[in-house]
Design a binder for this molecule. Structure first.
Ligand code: NAD
Length: 419
């Protein structure tokens, strides 16, 4: 039982940011605790007629800046501790992105793959009825996360509107476009990762042109594939990509759209013609300029940090680099890691745009969504660079980003008179 929990990690990160940014200890004391955690029992009629009771949670960490925002996870390992930590991380993500939102997260301990579509729908509706008194477009706005998708959000919206007997499109985001979802949401995270990569190159890789730089991307799902497609459009040379079955490498560069077509047909990037097969381990250790882990957590660790050659690592996935590896790369290899909650914020930014469109009964064009997303990502990136310079470049970028995020929430709490 000595394993460190996600909540303990979140607390450690907060205390570290507090030291670096010299934030009032009273604010930090408040921020260590979620404002409210809801635990609900959800009885579901299964297809065979029996009743099964599932446990669900919603953690509302902090709403000093605005309504709580964060996904709902359906996974067998969901615990209250994990949901609280994830809600705290959402507070920092939305704060750094400059959004008028707070941090929240929800989850149900269930393996959605073991449920029929009908069971999944009844579970979702039961969860919504249980938490309905505590959510709403200007209170707390859920979204998809691991194990949930646009269909789950459609049921979510429908059930909530039945409970409150009114139209409330903004109660969830990443809905299908037909029900008020935003155009561009599907690729928003990948587009944001690409924009941040381009900006980081300008800032940290001595203004080298994209054509001179090679990129390797781990993971070819939603985040990885769109990151590859947009970076390719910007002129970068994508030399390697991978998925759970393995990776592919071509020194002359890959065409990401063609790789995606191949993956759609064969369910893997492996086997793509004109590329040689490599392992995921080899992909991470390639001699490339930029490495983008966009699949899993804990892939750059003390085990492989000495072999990582990329000078710039942009975290598309959540938590791919361990703190020890990040420190080593920074101190020993002079490599920089652009942290996840900056690099992959594109999804939550467009979720916020969806809220704005729902509040104002409008639909923005795809171009408008992209333009605003790009501007918001660049602003957040510049703030982190300024703070990093202010700290004499002595800390990892994550520390600079955390300092900004925590300070913004602490300032809002101070103005409200919470401490
Ligand atoms: P996804 O399920 O669409 O894709 C995941 C990809 O990772 C797939 O290509 C899969 O084959 C690959 N993968 C799985 N196991 C692997 C392994 N052992 N080695 C190499 N590749 C492996 O998921 P996604 O939405 O692209 O999310 C990826 C990461 O980005 C996650 O950490 C997620 O939390 C994070 N993220 C996603 C979003 C979003 O909007 N989708 C937003 C923020 C953060």
């Amino acid at each position: 039982m000595s394993e460190i929990t996600p909540y303990q990690i979140a607390i450690e990160q907060l205390e570290r940011a507090a030291r670096i940014a010299e934030i009032d200890p009273q604010a930090i004391e408040i921020l260590k605790h979620p404002q409210r955690v809801i635990r609900v029992s959800i009885p579901v009629r299964m297809d065979n007629g029996s009743i099964k009771v599932f446990t669900g949670y919603r953690s509302q960490h902090n709403n000093a800046l605005g309504p709580y925002k964060g996904g709902v996870r359906y996974h067998p390992n969901v615990t209250m501790d994990e949901v609280i930590a994830l809600s705290m991380w959402m507070t920092w993500k939305v704060s750094l992105a400059g959004l008028p939102l707070g941090g929240g997260k929800g989850g149900v301990a269930v393996n959605p793959k073991e449920l029929s579509k009908g069971e999944l729908e009844r579970l979702t509706r039961g969860y919504v009825r249980a938490i309905a008194p505590f959510i709403g477009p200007d209170v707390d706005v859920p979204a998809p996360d691991v194990g949930t998708d646009a269909q789950v959000m459609a049921w979510f919206l429908d059930e909530y509107e039945k409970v409150v007997r009114a139209t409330r499109k903004g109660v969830v985001t990443s809905k299908p476009v037909e029900l008020g979802g935003s155009l561009g949401r599907i690729y928003s995270t990948g587009y944001g990762v690409a924009v941040i990569t381009r900006e980081a190159v300008k800032e940290f890789l001595e203004e080298k042109s994209p054509e001179e730089l090679t990129v390797a991307i781990q993971g070819y799902g939603n985040v990885g594939s769109y990151t590859a497609i947009f970076l390719h459009e910007m002129g970068f040379k994508i030399v390697a990509v991978s998925d759970s079955k393995g990776g592919i490498y071509s020194k002359d560069g890959l065409d990401p759209k063609k790789v995606l077509e191949h993956k759609k047909k064969t369910r893997s990037v492996v086997g793509y013609k004109e590329a040689k097969t490599i392992t995921n381990k080899e992909l991470l250790e390639l001699d490339v300029d930029i490495l983008i882990p966009a699949a899993l957590e804990n892939v750059i660790t003390s085990e492989n940090m000495k072999n990582i050659k990329a000078k710039l690592i942009v975290e598309g996935a959540n938590g791919p680099t361990t703190p020890e590896a990040e420190e080593y790369l920074f101190k020993e290899k002079k490599s920089l890691v652009v942290p996840d909650f900056l690099a992959n914020a594109g999804g939550v930014i467009v979720s916020f745009f969806e809220q704005v469109q729902n509040w104002t009964w409008t639909q923005w064009s795809e171009d408008e969504v992209k333009r605003r997303l790009e501007a918001q990502m660049i602003t957040a990136f510049k703030k982190v660079v300024d703070e990093w310079n202010r700290l004499d470049k002595k800390v990892v970028l994550r520390d600079a980003a955390m300092s900004i995020a925590v300070r913004r929430v602490a300032d809002a709490m101070k103005l409200r008179g919470w401490y």
